[in-house]
Design a binder for this molecule. Structure first.
Ligand code: BES
Ligand code: ZN
Ligand code: MN
Length: 488
């Protein structure tokens, strides 16, 4: 993608011009003059209710030579105050509208707002690149050949600030698109070793250290959680440790669940929809995406990225209900359901983060169907044992416009996962399922402030009437990066 900043929108006309319109007020000045050139077509579309400029809605028209751009796309900003989040969303919708009319180049006329030029251009570029992205797939012939190749930003006063924003927007969008791509890939193409290889090559590309523990090393370290879950698959498990050095003494650890496929194991899942369980590595995917962005944006904080990676399969060698596994920190887990595998691999991932001296541990995982029951697909569940860290996560997620809702951690819930034969059991049952899952993982964080994000409902969306775009979302990449910046 070629991205440039121009002071005047007429310098280099593109296939389409994008302008932004808030709902419920008169047209912004820059749009008004355009409206006049087009005989009032924009205001008429709004008056006649053909176009409602709420957030996420676009309207487009051919311009028949009245302006130098053959196509105009109007993107709604809604009634709320203009924020980086609303600009990102409106820019993303406009990119999709541009693609649908086969535009290859677009000019974004930045909306007037109280925001700094850098913030505006970052949000515009991030939204455009997120909206333009699709998973390439494995078709013999590309079913959707048209795509944007050039974006121009105009309407901002400081070209330098705007250009700096372009870079930030690009870094953030590319990180999220990377996570999305990893999610979309089937487990035949993204098994544990492959995901670890991705980390190695991205570490080289963006300049962070990557260390990979194979099954031999995992045995040496006593990582019985990863080994137990992974032992049923011909693709052995991996622990990946990534390190970004921000030149300080404080370390934030990001830990992710990387189940490249979750069949449920011996406690086999029902067949319908099981293909979606290729997405069960998106916690790890978000950690990897965030590491790429962090290594480029360079906050002053050390960041550890840990991916606990395995494939959960039923087989003659698979772990079984009744088995007891011992995690890296020595604690034991009775397996009462092999499908509650995320917490089992994360026991090693989180206790290794403690071992490496993390000051905060934030972990993300597609952990429980119960999280989807609680909040649907609109927000991620937060289970945190430390209020201060919980508030940091909530603030970061709000800034990043990724919704997070905190659930309580009452001591009584601990009784639910007591085991007669081990320190805890992995599957306590339906009651408070998302909370007990998070609390089980927190047992491996010791005294380090710990927060767990259950992204089962938000890591991907299903095709449906409300989702023109579906599949992996890249959720938590933005929150992770923002959190690292806020803690630095
Ligand atoms: N990966 C699943 C959770 C999941 C289910 C995410 C559906 C997204 C959509 C996880 O490993 C799992 O199977 N969880 C079980 C836990 C139960 C056995 C305690 C669940 O939620 O049913
Ligand atoms: Zn799972
Ligand atoms: Mn499972």
């Amino acid at each position: 993608m070629q991205i440039s900043v121009e002071t005047s929108r007429e310098t280099r006309p593109t296939d389409a011009l994008v302008v932004f319109v808030p709902a419920g007020s008169s047209l912004p000045k820059a749009v008004q003059s355009l409206d006049t050139l087009l005989d009032g077509i924009i205001s008429r579309a709004i008056e006649s209710k053909e176009f409602n400029p709420s957030i996420g809605k676009t309207w487009s028209t051919m311009t028949l030579g009245r302006i130098p751009f053959p196509r105009l796309i109007v993107s709604g900003l809604g009634t709320d105050p203009i924020t980086p989040g609303s600009i990102r969303q409106a820019a993303g919708q406009a990119a999709q509208a541009a693609k649908s009319v086969r535009a290859h180049s677009v000019t974004y006329d930045a909306p007037a707002s109280h925001l700094a030029d850098q913030e505006v251009s970052a949000a515009l570029v991030e939204g455009a690149l997120l909206g333009n992205w699709t998973f390439l797939g494995y078709h013999q012939e590309d079913p959707e050949p048209s795509s944007l190749t050039q974006i121009t930003i105009t309407g901002l006063t400081s070209p330098q600030d705007a250009a700096a924003g372009v870079e930030i927007g690009r870094v953030l969008a590319e990180a999220q698109n990377l996570t999305r791509d990893l999610g979309w890939r089937p487990s035949s193409a993204l098994y544990p070793e492959k995901l670890a290889d991705e980390a190695i090559s991205l570490g080289k590309q963006f300049g962070f250290d990557v260390e990979v523990f194979d099954e031999v090393k995992l045995r040496e370290l006593g990582m019985g959680g990863l080994l137990g879950v992974g032992q049923g698959s011909v693709f052995p498990p991996r622990l990946v440790v990534m390190r970004y050095n921000g030149g300080t003494s404080r370390t934030l650890a990001l830990v992710g669940k990387g189940i490249t496929f979750d069949s449920g194991g011996i406690s086999l899942k029902p067949g319908a929809g099981m293909e979606e369980m290729k997405y069960d590595m998106l916690g790890a995917g978000a950690v990897l995406g965030a590491m790429c962005a962090i290594a480029q944006l360079k906050p002053s904080i050390n960041v550890l990225g840990i991916m606990a990676i395995a494939q959960n399969m039923p087989s003659g060698s698979a772990y079984k209900p009744g088995d007891v596994v011992r995690a890296f920190n020595g604690k034991t887990i009775e397996i009462t359901n092999t499908d509650a595998e995320g917490r089992v691999v994360l026991s090693d991932g989180v206790s290794y983060a403690v071992h490496l001296g993390a000051d905060w541990i934030v972990e993300a995982s597609t952990l429980t169907g119960a999280a989807v029951v609680v909040l649907g697909h609109q927000a991620s569940c937060l289970v945190a044992t430390n209020d201060d860290l919980a508030n940091h996560v909530l603030n970061a997620s709000e800034q990043a416009s990724e919704r997070v809702w905190r659930l309580p951690v009452y001591p009584e819930y601990r009784d639910l996962y007591k085991s007669d034969v081990a320190d805890m059991k992995n599957s306590p049952g339906r009651d408070a399922g998302t909370i007990t899952a998070g609390m089980i993982i927190s047992e491996f964080a010791g005294t380090v402030p710990f927060a767990h994000l259950d992204i089962a409902g938000t890591a991907w969306t299903k095709p449906g009437p409300l989702n023109a775009k579906f599949g992996a979302t890249g959720v938590m990449v933005r929150t992770f990066v923002t959190l690292a910046q806020n803690l630095s």
